[in-house]
Design a protein around this ligand. Structure first.
Ligand code: E4P
Length: 217
């Protein structure tokens, strides 16, 4: 399973990269705005910096919602770096844009996926990734993992060359459950990735080993 970090914060991206387990980065307009990035030049420069830190797929989301505008925006984003993946919302014009980019060989990630039908449409249109939003479904008492399971079954039935990128991750258990179900990728905040490290028996055991190591010196 690939690990992407879900942030536009450069320090957190560097920290995850330094850990040696990072395969890519996802951003969205909310995450970019949180870092105070605005204006085309600053946005493009920020994506270029992320691409220079991480050698993997970097999702950059279009800000527009009409077909023509998404095409223009996506083509410009794709020029920033070969690892840019154009992130397109799951709307009618978005599906058309996915097909356009697929035909042109530009990688895409279809975002805001909340149903198996949406994922199927995106895969048919040639999306490289679909992003089901696990946490946001759990937030409204709908089982987000169940959706990922359904998408896994559908994609396997037809051998779709589209990766399931589990998004809106809220906890280390989300990551573990996604791995059990067979999501291809998880994109997570840094905290949930780091929380995978923790176990009290590891801390206890290490304290004992360190104490005994002192005796051996
Ligand atoms: C990433 O691709 C998604 O935009 C992101 O995971 C959404 O996460 P949130 O539900 O925590 O905002």
């Amino acid at each position: 399973m690939k690990f992407f970090i879900d942030t536009a914060n450069l320090d957190q991206i560097r920290e995850a990269q330094d850990l040696g387990i990072l395969d890519g980065v996802t951003t969205n307009p909310s995450l970019m705005a949180k870092e105070g990035i605005s204006g085309k030049d600053a946005i493009n420069a920020h994506y270029k910096t992320i691409c220079d830190i991480v050698d993997g797929d970097i999702s950059a989301e279009v800000l527009s919602t009409t077909y023509e505008e998404m095409i223009a925006e996506g083509e410009e984003l794709a020029k920033i770096h070969e690892n840019i993946v154009v992130k397109i919302p799951m709307i009618k014009d978005g599906v058309k844009a996915l097909k356009y980019f697929s035909d042109k060989g530009i990688k895409t990630n279809c975002t805001l996926i909340f149903s198996a039908g949406q994922a199927l449409l995106a895969a048919k249109a040639g999306a490289n990734y679909v992003s089901p939003f696990l946490g946001r479904l759990d937030d409204i008492s709908v089982d987000g993992l169940n959706l990922i399971e359904e998408i896994r079954m559908i994609f396997d039935n037809y051998d779709y060359d589209c990766e399931i990128l589990a998004a809106s991750i809220r906890s280390p258990m989300h990551i573990i459950n996604c791995a059990k179900i067979g999501a291809d990728v998880i994109t997570s905040p840094l905290a949930s990735i780091l929380n995978l490290l923790n176990h009290p028996l590891t801390d206890k055991g290490l304290a004992q080993f360190v104490a005994d190591a002192e005796k051996m010196k």
